[in-house]
Design a protein around this ligand. Structure first.
Ligand code: SF4
Length: 470
């Protein structure tokens, strides 16, 4: 993953288990498979039927949890979270799951996404006397649920969900029940699986494979599952509307071995590369992809164009964890540490360099330079998604508009800035077709707002990009 140097970061990943004696260990492994979705912090909450227990901390999964800690998290059900800090700040109190205790029992919450009306709701709650402990938008949901405490818990949760707007995949857990909810447009991915008689829930299906679980189905937009020792129930808290799943899950975020909404990510990326080759052909000797997320699209481009795919760029797998690097200079150093051009492959060649996206342009410029320094005669950059011109309000850090190269420059200017011999992007139609392959149904078509500016939900006047809030 080059997210931390590209300026393109998924906010979170969530994983839950109900009905397994080793639920905390399974959640640990599940979160490990979702580590690419957040590296800043992680947490697990477990229930043994009588008490909720929490362990969380800053860092990668294996830095946060020791064996002893996991053994202390005894219980038959767990929810877990990996976090990239955008909404709110990176403080310990914002690491999820958030756990609230009251006389009537505990409530744990893990959230993937971003609420566009969180600020308005915070103002309202504080005006009514609530004291918020975190700067995270997720806490708002706990307060809304508590405010509806006169209702049965299921109803209090659906009441709270009806008040929030934006993108959310939620795992909530009390001592004796787990609630799994997807927003009415299903912007973030969320799947259900089973492991023997246990239920598992994950942001991505790759985590099911790691723990040996079998995929069951997607959590539908506007659906909430209630899981307990008595079984599983499905509640609709919103009328079905067209799903607008985040297209960037296919382009970049999800792991290639995941199936998102039933479609394999690697296969989707290959189709993006193939369509890109048809839309933007070029006379070249080799095709290479920027590891890891662009390899699938590069293979697709090579297959469709008949130009051989080669490993012109390799990733140094043993570079330690690099934190979000604040300055451009440091970001550029990060690229150098992580990637190398293979001189023996690219020297004297006309190279097609396929990348999944361009955010600030600094990464592309570095890689083009690296290929030329390794002797490439020409470097033609082909991007397997449309230009990112708009910020995301739904939980992805696509940087603010001022930093997005495509929001501020023409194609020719971008080509010059990154030093490419030519530059072309996949069209929005090409991306849609590559993902959905002409599917005609209610589920057809994903969110493409960062490319088109057509946001699938209302954007409130005070909605800020999470990156700007931090
Ligand atoms: S705006 Fe872009 S990154 Fe955000 S949800 Fe939509 S497609 Fe995904």
């Amino acid at each position: 993953m080059l997210g931390e140097i590209k300026g393109l970061n998924e906010e979170c990943g969530i994983f839950g288990v109900w009905g397994h004696p080793d639920s905390a260990q399974l959640t640990y492994y599940g979160l490990h498979a979702l580590q690419h979705r957040g590296q800043e912090g992680a947490g697990i909450v477990t229930t043994d039927g009588g008490q909720l227990k929490l362990a969380k901390g800053h860092g990668l999964i294996n830095e946060v949890f020791s064996e002893n800690q996991l053994e202390d998290l005894q219980g038959h059900a767990s929810i877990g979270h990996v976090r990239y800090a955008t909404a709110g700040d990176g403080g310990y109190e914002n690491i999820q799951p958030l756990l609230f205790r009251s006389q009537t029992g505990g409530l744990a919450l893990a959230h993937n996404g971003n609420l566009v009306n969180a600020q308005a709701l915070k103002n309202q709650l504080e005006g009514q006397g609530s004291i918020l402990q975190t700067t995270s938008d997720t806490e708002v949901v706990a307060h809304l649920i508590k405010r509806a405490r006169h209702l049965p818990l299921e109803q209090a949760i659906t009441e709270a969900l009806s008040m929030i707007k934006g993108a959310y995949a939620f795992l909530l857990m009390t001592e004796d029940r787990m609630f799994v909810a997807n927003d009415p447009r299903g912007l973030r991915p969320l799947s259900l699986g089973h492991l023997g008689g246990s239920w598992v829930v994950s942001s991505e299906t790759c985590a099911f494979d790691i723990v040996g679980a079998t995929y069951e189905r997607e959590i539908d937009p506007g659906e909430m599952l209630v899981i307990s020792d008595d079984g599983i129930d499905s509640i609709r808290f919103s009328a079905p509307i067209q799903r607008t799943l985040c297209s960037m899950e296919y382009v970049y975020f999800s792991r290639p071995d995941s199936n998102v909404d039933g479609k394999n990510v690697h296969a989707s990326r290959k189709r993006m590369g193939k369509t890109l080759a048809e839309e933007a052909p070029v006379d070249a000797d080799v095709v290479t992809g920027v590891p890891d997320s662009s390899i699938s699209a590069a293979i697709g481009y090579a297959e469709a164009s008949g130009i051989p795919y080669e490993l012109g760029l390799i990733k140094n797998r043993y570079v330690g964890r690099t934190f979000i690097q604040p300055s451009q200079e440091l970001r550029e150093q990060g690229v150098k540490m992580k990637l190398s051009a293979v001189r023996g492959i690219v020297e004297g060649k006309k190279v097609v360099m396929v990348d999944d996206s361009i955010v600030r342009g600094t990464t592309s410029r570095r890689i083009v330079k690296m290929l030329k320094e390794a002797g490439a005669a020409e470097v033609h950059v082909r991007i397997a998604s449309p230009p990112i011109k708009n910020p995301c309000y739904y939980g992805i850090d696509t940087s603010n508009s001022g930093e997005l190269i495509a929001a501020n420059h023409s194609l020719q200017e971008m080509e010059e800035q990154i030093g490419a011999d030519s530059l072309a992007f996949l069209s929005t139609e090409g991306l849609n077709e590559s993902i959905y392959q002409g599917e005609e149904s209610l589920r057809h078509g994903g969110c493409m707002a960062c490319f088109t500016g057509n946001y699938p939900t209302e954007i409130y006047p005070n909605t800020m990009h999470p990156y700007e809030k931090a």
